[in-house]
Design a protein around this ligand. Structure first.
Ligand SMILES: Cc1cc2nc3c(=O)[nH]c(=O)nc-3n(C[C@H](O)[C@H](O)[C@H](O)COP(=O)(O)O)c2cc1C
Length: 185
């Protein structure tokens, strides 16, 4: 796919199935992600790649969190949370490992991880896979992070659901850049 076309036309998909990227493709995807802008080279971004039985493990984490922390949760809601990880054959959890630095605040490190996420979505699109970035109650949640075995300084920024789209790409609305750009010339 032509590079600029890919940048302009990337879309997310919530209908994702096998196949997922193979080892070589994943290596390339992470190389791209880890070229994200990174103030002071702190390398704050980590990924947890989850597939197969790992999805059951993530489902158990979501279940445990919900049972312990959501008072009077309905069976329906609990089932929804338990089944959430199975909406795609692979999930890449976006983690910011926040480092203490005199001039790089936490927000800049989280933004860096966010730009990594965009890199992954763009790479997936270029390879004819797709993904969707999801957050919800299980992101920015230190109790969930703890259940996943993360350290105190590691924050879950979101979950990239990854796979092959089973829907056709959505029609994109034209964008009038003049609505968004102010020009000081
Ligand atoms: C930080 C962040 C969190 C998001 N969380 C969710 C979410 O929890 N659920 C959801 O359906 N979409 C979520 N989205 C939006 C989708 O990832 C996606 O961008 C949106 O559906 C638009 O699709 P597009 O990327 O094809 O334009 C989130 C996006 C961002 C940037």
């Amino acid at each position: 796919m032509e590079a600029l076309e890919n940048l302009i036309n990337r879309t997310s998909s919530r209908f994702l199935s096998e196949p997922v990227p193979d080892q070589n493709e994943l290596e390339k995807i992470y190389q791209i992600a880890l070229r994200a802008p990174d103030h002071a080279g702190l390398k704050p971004t980590r990924f947890i790649q989850i597939s197969g039985e790992g999805l059951d493990r993530l489902s158990s984490v979501f279940e445990e969190y919900a049972k312990k922390n959501i008072k009077d949760i309905s069976d329906e809601k609990l089932e929804k949370y338990k089944s959430a990880p199975f909406r795609a054959p692979m999930i890449i959890v976006l983690v910011s490992q926040i480092k203490e630095h005199k001039s790089v605040p936490e927000i800049e490190q989280i933004i860096s991880t966010g730009t990594s996420a965009h890199g992954i979505l763009l790479a997936l699109n270029a390879m004819n896979y797709s993904g969707i970035w999801r957050t919800g109650i299980f992101a920015f949640n230190q109790k969930v992070a703890e259940l996943m075995g993360l350290k105190e300084n590691e924050k879950i920024i979101g979950y990239l659901y990854v796979g092959t789209p089973t829907n056709s790409p959505k029609e994109l609305d034209p964008v009038d850049t003049a609505d968004y750009v102010t020009n000081w010339a």
